[in-house]
Design a binder for this molecule. Sequence first.
Ligand code: NAD
Length: 488
Amino acid sequence: MEILNYINGEWTKPTVTEYFDVINPATGETIARTPLSSASDVDLAARVASDAFPAWRRTPVQDRVQYLFKLRDVMRANGDEIAKLITNEAGKTFDEAKAEMVRAYENVEMACGMPHLGKGEFVEDIATGIDELMIRQPVGVCATIAPFNFPGMIPFWYLPYALAAGNTYIVKPSEKVPMTMQFIFKLIEQVGFPKGVVNLVNGAKESVDAILDHPAIRAITFVGSTNVAKYIYSRGAANGKRVQAQGGAKNPVIVMPDADMNMATTIIADSAFGCAGQRCLAVSLAVTVGSARNEFTELICDAASSRKVGYGLEAGIQMGPLINQASKTRVEELIGIGSREGANLAVDGRGTVIKGFEKGSFVRPTVVAGVQKGSELWKTEVFGPVLGLMHVDTIEDAIALANSHVYGNQASLFTSSGAAARKFRHEVEAGNIGINIGVAAPMAFFPFSGWKDSFFGDMHGQSMDAVEFFTQKKVVVERWPKEWSRKF
Ligand code: NAD
């Protein structure tokens, strides 16, 4: 597949000579090349989006959402094709890829409610003959900078809301996985949005920096690692833009002695090892409380060892490879550091070779017992199928341990006690909370809210937060003296 930019309704070759190889992480084959667009390519996209803004903004909202209804339909109709591309460039299994897209469709459906969601407020007679109203207006040209791990879903936490609210848009996918958005933009082309309303720019750091600095771009959303999120937030904000930046994670799960241990282990294994652990909501530290330790350890080690690993388009495969060889090396090194720091490699997934896929970047599920607070495996987001085990005596200790981490994306609890669940929900410091749930991913009608070093900004993605983020409020106070009505 040739990777191009889509600017002003045209497939455009960027003005570059530098490319990034896109590798199928299961086979090791090069399947595409991402052009690393320059600042002038971003400038072109920003200018056409700026030119398209006045007419799009004046298009009635009920007409704007008709494009989104069509987009939802063509995306659903091509769902298997999209999912295959996700498996081939990002490595996750076909079922995981299809599940990813369900949240994308749901966000488009949610944004179709903009005629209602974007309504303002009105109060008549705040004093006799004076009315006050609040109207929401679009902010202008907006952009999304996306990570590799959900190539189809993440831009849809934002794009449908922004367009429905009357903004124009630029998407910058991860250079590691450009094919999914390339195909989705072919569907966007079929929908027939007016020229310049929605644009695609492929690239890496240079194009991101150009987005952060471009005066016509008014709002930016970012999803990716914490160091880059901090950079995006500070540079974008310094340039006077609205910015929200979702970062990395190190999600704890607390397992109480009264948990249904079979259910807990199945769900926690899916959370830790699903998508090869490359989810920002993947559980990565399991903290057992009191007598939960032995049974949980035994069951989770069985679940890790029995997971079927391979190429995600083959039947029965439960876990695919990591995104690339560099990631495999990094994850294996972290497992090694864990072992050198004194933890016990209860299940060691290093050195995995899958027959027929010898060049794939596979690491089997790994369980590391006895992780200590402050160690590398405690601190670092592994972003691989590695679950660290820790143990404490009480739920208070477990919550204190969870809260002592710099990240706050998700925290989960497995218990059959309502009192424990309520205490946990109330005290734990994270934006997404799972009670007997391993991946507490909010539906499109709730915000996606990380805390602490997992998020920089104010409004989050999805739902009313996205409506707030992509609109600016204007408050109007009007006087209409009664005597004037006699003139009519
Ligand atoms: P990444 O930070 O390496 O890249 C994300 C985007 O930033 C890409 O588009 C990339 O081109 C760009 N980028 C990378 N380095 C840059 C730099 N120095 N300057 C400017 N732009 C740069 O992230 P990734 O590896 O693609 O994704 C994995 C990370 O994303 C993990 O940390 C994961 O936790 C996080 N993530 C978070 C959420 C969330 O909702 N909090 C969701 C998904 C992924």
